[in-house]
Ligand binder design. Structure first.
Ligand SMILES: Nc1ncnc2c1ncn2[C@@H]1O[C@H](COP(=O)(O)OP(=O)(O)O)[C@@H](O)[C@H]1O
Ligand SMILES: [Mg+2]
Length: 189
C-alpha cells in the first residue's frame, strides 16, 4: 500500500541531532515490545502503555490510532509508532515529504529527521484560525494532492494544522499514497 521501501533506507537513521542515544534506545525498546500490546482495543490504551514504557521527559501533545506525539520544545515534535501502521506511517511521511513535487510539498508539514519507529516534524498550530472555513480549504487541498499523483487518504480536519501565514498544512500524511501515475491524474484536471 505505502511506498515505504523506495529508497527510504538512506533517509532512516539511528542517530538524531535532537534525540539522545538513550532516547533512541528507549524508542527501539518500545518498538520491539509493541506487538505484545496489540490486544489493547483503544488508541488511548496503546498511548498510555507506550507513554509508561518510554518514560520521556517531553510533554505529550497528541496521539491518534497509530502514533503518540511529543513536543520537543524546540519548535519540533516527535511521533513514535504505537503499532505496525504507525511504523509504516512514519516511513511513508519521510518518503513522501522527500520525494513529492514541490508544488505539494509546501502543504505538507516538514519532516526533519526519521529513524526506526520515529519521525521528527515541525510543530504546527493545530487550532483552525477564525477566518478559515476549514472544509472548503480541505477540498481544495485534496484536489492539489490528486493533481500531483498523491491520494490523500485520511485527509480530514484532525490531520491538518496551520503555518505562521495561516496556510493549511497536513500534519498526518502517514496513509497518503504516492505510487500513482501523476500524468494520468493531471490529465483529468
Ligand atoms: N506537526 C505537528 N504539530 C503539532 N501537533 C501535531 C503535529 N503532528 C501531530 N500532532 C498532534 O498529534 C495528533 C496525532 O498525530 P497524528 O500524526 O495524526 O497521529 P496518527 O497517525 O496516530 O493519527 C494530531 O491530531 C495532533 O493533535
Ligand atoms: Mg491522525
Amino acid at each position: 500500500m505505502c511506498p515505504i521501501n523506495n529508497g527510504n533506507e538512506g533517509l532512516q537513521s539511528s542517530k538524531s541531532s535532537m534525540l539522545s542515544r538513550e532516547e533512541i534506545k528507549a524508542i527501539e525498546s518500545w518498538i520491539s515490545q509493541m506487538g505484545e500490546y496489540q490486544f489493547l482495543k483503544t488508541a488511548r490504551q496503546k498511548m498510555v502503555t507506550a507513554k509508561k514504557t518510554l518514560k520521556f521527559k517531553y510533554k505529550m501533545i497528541g496521539y491518534g490510532y497509530n502514533r503518540i506525539v511529543y513536543d520537543l520544545n524546540n519548535g519540533y515534535i516527535l511521533k513514535i509508532a504505537l503499532c505496525e501502521v504507525g511504523l509504516l506511517g512514519n516511513a511513508n511521511e519521510a518518503y513522501i515529504y522527500n520525494n513529492c513535487n514541490e508544488e505539494v510539498q509546501k502543504y505538507l508539514c516538514p519532516v526533519k529527521e526519521f529513524g526506526s519507529g520515529w519521525v521528527i516534524m515541525k510543530k504546527m498550530g493545530t487550532k483552525v484560525p477564525f477566518a478559515i472555513t476549514g472544509y472548503s480549504k480541505l477540498i481544495g487541498l485534496e484536489l492539489k494532492f490528486l493533481r500531483y499523483g498523491i491520494i490523500p487518504i485520511d485527509l480530514r480536519l484532525d490531520n491538518v494544522a496551520f503555518s505562521e501565514d495561516n496556510e493549511m498544512v497536513v500534519i498526518d500524511y502517514g496513509l497518503f499514497n504516492m505510487d500513482l501515475n501523476s500524468t494520468v491524474l493531471r490529465w483529468l484536471d
